[in-house]
Design a protein around this ligand. Sequence first.
Ligand SMILES: Nc1nc2c(c(=O)[nH]1)N[C@@H](CN(C=O)c1ccc(C(=O)N[C@@H](CCC(=O)O)C(=O)O)cc1)CN2
Ligand code: GAR
Length: 218
Amino acid sequence: MTDRPFNLTVLISGNGSNLQALIDACASGALPSTRITHVISNRKAAYGLQRAAHASIPTTYHNLVPYKKRYPEDTEKARSEYDADLASIILDTKEGGKQRPDLIICAGWMHIVTPSFLTPISRADIKIINLHPALPGEFAGAGAIERAWKAGKEDGLKKTGVMIHEVIAEVDAGEAIVTAEVEIREGESLEELEGRIHGVEHGLIVEGTRRTLEGLKK
Ligand SMILES: Nc1nc2c(c(=O)[nH]1)N[C@@H](CN(C=O)c1ccc(C(=O)N[C@@H](CCC(=O)O)C(=O)O)cc1)CN2
Ligand SMILES: NCC(=O)N[C@@H]1O[C@H](COP(=O)([O-])[O-])[C@@H](O)[C@H]1O
């Protein structure tokens, strides 16, 4: 086993506060001998791209629109081609300085990946993990926090949570690596719940990454 640092590729779609938590963790040593070598967004306006640039991390904006234009009648084909190219972007080390990742982290990556992405990445023996603001088996998919908040208001749900899980074809169904429960407080606003959940996320994404990398060492 070489002593080189672990390389992370982080996929984002928005603000990038979880990406920032990872950037800070690499800098502070909370993630020892680990560096983020590539940040990829599916949205051009994602502030996370600016966070990466500020940290001198190479970035890529991978846009789905040209694929939808190429296959206007075939959404499945468009997504499949997009996903295959996403895998190539991640695995391509020809461009100067690009490193193959040891781990891919979906940190607010709002795109469901298909086997066109999962298969080449699996063949390269690279694990993919995802941050999801819900507990295993609950509120899979987008809008999880709002759905939990509504369940609290309408059905008396007392808790929700956050998990870091392995990414498989079935959305948010991969094995949980680490979870944390978050109380739903009576009468609180959605924004208040979101704020508490985001705070938990920032710690859990670092812990989930640490545990996953620890497993790679053995
Ligand atoms: N195959 C998988 N892909 C992804 C997983 C996964 O477990 N398996 N996790 C997600 C992250 N995610 C929740 O954690 C999630 C993100 C996005 C969506 C979704 O419905 N996306 C829509 C587009 C929504 C939008 O653009 O706003 C879509 O892809 O059509 C569901 C779950 C990452 N991907
Ligand atoms: N299904 C995945 C999902 O909903 N992820 C959500 O995206 C946000 C990204 O925030 P960030 O861009 O500030 O890290 C996170 O808060 C997380 O709850």
